[in-house]
Design a protein around this ligand. Sequence first.
Ligand code: 6PG
Length: 243
Amino acid sequence: MLHTFSTADELYAHAAEAVVAAGNAALAQRGRFVIALAGGSTPRGLYRCLSAPPLAARLDWSRAEIFFGDERTVGPDDPDSNYRMAREALLDPLGLSPAKVHRMLGERDPLTAATEYEQQVAACFDIATTDEPPEFDLILLGMGDDGHTASLFPHTQALAERSRWVVANEVPQHATTRITMTYPLINNARQVMFLVAGASKAQALASVLRGPPNLAEFPSQGISPSGGQLDWFLDSAAASQLS
Ligand code: 6PG
């Protein structure tokens, strides 16, 4: 479902309400809220809404398990770290226990870090990494102006992954390797929320949502939760080519 708002601030406010609603539903039904945070810069505004009054008091974050959809191969204090952005905008302001925050170890060898992260996810759900992917209550995603999401970039190997939950993905177009959740794990979530803002995303968004199927070129097309809910939170600038 598409939710389009005039400004990014309105997008953040409404998306924050949706996250709180998803969290309280998870707490009511399962006693905890297992969420994967998005990286990049767009979610910062959402995280600030969630960690400030009045919304901060509307969800018991002490019962949440916080994961990440992807991470750059940098340390936790690096300016490019997705964890650092979330720590500053959400985790520290909420005073979350480190035991509840499951960081991808970007400073480690990415292959090792990806395997270790799968084990963290499996432990959280008390299953084995060889089992079917677990069901996150909510996975937050952004989208790049090339149509990538998480670190599932166009024409990269991770797009073909059909069993692993988390992999190291070489991204030649950025001369780097990333750690990323895969389609099997993301598409098993109960709910996935995309946050897309800014005119620079408009063309890619139109291709992803209105163009012919071309997952290799527009990886965000591959996000389709099998039994879950998919919501796109957009500002009018990003949605400007959808009509
Ligand atoms: C990352 C993110 C990535 C991000 C998009 C959009 O590590 O960069 O996981 O998928 O969501 O690149 O980034 P912006 O929000 O900064 O435009």
